[in-house]
Design a protein around this ligand. Structure first.
Ligand SMILES: C[S@@+](CC[C@H](N)C(=O)[O-])C[C@H]1O[C@@H](n2cnc3c(N)ncnc32)[C@H](O)[C@@H]1O
Length: 244
């Protein structure tokens, strides 16, 4: 039996993510490229100062639903920037939400950004920064695009217990804090693991497999079960540009 929208709402409405709960779960499943991006964006926004009218880069936005969410919830203008997803497809989604004056789709590679330095009030990135940002030199480049004193925030899959190596680029808060602080480009304000990250990740995948008739053990489930909640979760990192 396919899952109804009511069942989805019942299983996936989380008190810790009240803003995300207002968005249809099916819409989120159909556009998410990993664990629920709206939950992750909401958790990031809790520790950032996003104000109406701010210019925000959403780097590695995938299908742009976090840009749509940030524009609707916080009144920011979002530059929905991605490499794998065509900006024309994102533009269609943006227009469907009536956000054509607030969310702008951009095609770009993270090392070759087509923006003016200092253009953005804030940079955010959800479940993406580990694909392009683990290189030591990257943050110094990336941070140029935020205004002096502006914030840079990411949420990425991470570990409570730092592994000796992780080919997927998953690291814990302290690894990321050191990584960013040694650049000298920023001051780290928040570096933590999201509360209940492993539980939420497992819930999203378990319900998704049921709703879309996938095998119980498909997607991220074997990795999450093998970890058993001991280490995996989401690292949240927010820093402020120290440029003058
Ligand atoms: C796992 S997806 C997450 C997408 C979206 N934020 C979400 O949560 O659904 C990772 C995203 O990172 C982007 N990405 C990976 N490497 C990139 C690079 N070198 N430059 C720009 N974007 C990159 C991909 O285009 C992809 O959409």
């Amino acid at each position: 039996m396919p899952m109804t929208d009511d069942e989805l709402r019942e299983r996936l409405t989380l008190a810790r993510y009240p803003r995300s709960s207002a968005y249809p779960h099916r819409w989120v499943y159909e556009h998410a490229m990993g664990p629920n991006p709206l939950w992750l964006a909401e958790a990031l926004a809790e520790v950032m100062a996003l104000e109406p009218g701010m210019r925000v880069l959403d780097m590695g936005c995938g299908k742009a639903i976090t840009s749509i969410f940030l524009a609707k919830e916080f009144g920011v203008k979002a530059w929905a920037t991605d490499l794998w997803i065509k900006p024309t497809d994102n533009w269609q989604r943006i227009r469907e939400q009536g956000l054509h004056d607030q969310v702008f789709p951009i095609y770009a590679e993270a090392h070759d950004l087509p923006f003016a330095e200092g253009f953005f009030d804030a940079l955010v990135s959800i479940d993406s920064y580990h694909y392009f940002g683990t290189d030591e030199l990257y943050l110094s480049y990336y941070a140029r695009f935020v205004r002096p004193g502006g914030q840079i925030g990411i949420v990425v899959p991470g570990h409570r217990v730092e592994p000796e190596s992780d080919p997927a680029g998953f690291h814990g808060p302290e690894w990321w804090r050191r990584h960013w602080e040694t650049s000298g480009a920023v001051t780290v304000e928040t570096a933590d693991l999201l509360p209940h990250g492993w539980d939420d990740w497992l819930l999203w995948n378990t319900v998704g497999n049921q709703a879309y008739d996938q095998p119980d053990d498909s997607g991220d489930i074997p990795m999450l079960r093998a970890d058993g909640g001991r280490s995996l979760g989401f690292t949240r990192l927010v820093a402020r540009s120290s440029a003058e």
